[in-house]
Design a protein around this ligand. Structure first.
Ligand SMILES: Nc1ncnc2c1ncn2[C@@H]1O[C@H](COP(=O)(O)OP(=O)(O)OP(=O)(O)O)[C@@H](O)[C@H]1O
Ligand SMILES: [Mg+2]
Length: 266
């Protein structure tokens, strides 16, 4: 991977209560691509995303956002840096007591001094972009799961981010709605020139949207490559993951991940 990078991790380590979750993660996410992080439940995918927006701080290693070292950035610095990111949280995370209008308007009101008219116009544009025009007055409880996710995407793009993070954007959706989300991810990337970082277990989504794929396992990236290449790769851990096999070989046996060794490029 070469060219300008939106996000770069070098040897990022993170432990919780002495239990290591990230054991030296290296990531190079090029600007303008869709980059998918695969990995089993609890492998640290959401933890990786939270480091990208300063919700967690690395114990060791280095994180760069668009070339800027943010590893030790303070909260005030992150408030600015986060404006460049949109985040679609695992489970949509809408405010149930607020209308769709107020949900999507939330980051706009928080960060910009726009007039009420400008806020409403911006919300309308975001809802149009996700294929849900005119639903401002509805409340989250009145929406289907797929609509909630799309409102979550509308909120994430409200501040015109350069990078959008999607944490399990299709969980709980039927196949048609999952495909709609996949098309939306591609369309936003194309229309707005966004960098999209997707965390998912959904292999159909992964194949539909990804330019690059990495597999996170036992705290490290154990496979990485272009989506089209990885799809046909015979990398054992990746194959086991893609085929949904329960008996992933331990990294040492797979011969890929002796301590201190570079992960395999595939
Ligand atoms: N704030 C936290 N405090 C303590 N432990 C945490 C915290 N955040 C994550 N963890 C732990 O880190 C590990 C990785 O969590 P993470 O949420 O990144 O998993 P994930 O790969 O996103 O899984 P899933 O696919 O189920 O969402 C888990 O063991 C989790 O319990
Ligand atoms: Mg997660």
């Amino acid at each position: 991977m070469s060219g300008e990078l939106a996000v770069r991790f070098r040897g990022v380590e993170k432990a919780f209560r002495g239990e290591p979750v990230l054991r030296g993660v290296d990531l190079e996410i090029p600007v303008g691509c869709t980059f998918t992080i695969l990995g089993g439940s609890g492998s640290g995918k959401s933890v990786c995303l939270k480091h990208m927006i300063g919700l967690l701080q690395a114990d060791a290693g280095q994180i760069e956002i668009h070339g800027r070292d943010v590893t030790r950035l303070g909260e005030r610095g992150w408030v600015e840096e986060r404006k460049r990111f949109g985040m679609v949280f695992q489970g949509a995370a809408l405010f149930d007591s607020l209308s769709v209008l107020e949900n999507v308007a939330y980051p706009i009101r928080e960060h910009r001094g726009d007039s009420e008219e400008a806020v409403r116009a911006r919300v309308a544009r975001c809802l149009e972009a996700v294929g849900l025009p005119g639903i401002e007055a509805l409340f989250p409880a009145e929406l289907s799961g797929g609509m909630r996710k799309r409102v979550g995407v509308a909120r994430a793009i409200a501040l015109e981010p350069e990078v959008i993070l999607y944490d399990e954007p299709t969980t709980g959706l039927d196949p048609a709605n999952s495909r709609r989300i996949g098309r939306l991810i591609r369309q936003l990337q194309g229309d707005l020139g966004l960098t999209s970082i997707v965390v998912t277990h959904d292999m159909e989504l992964c194949h539909a949207v990804s330019d690059w794929i990495v597999l996170l396992r036992e705290g490290r990236i154990v496979a990485r490559g272009e989506a089209a290449v990885l799809r046909d790769s015979d990398h054992p851990e990746l194959r086991a993951f893609l085929e949904g096999s329960d008996d992933l070989p331990p990294p040492a046996l797979a011969g890929r991940q002796a301590p201190g060794r570079e992960e395999a490029d595939v």
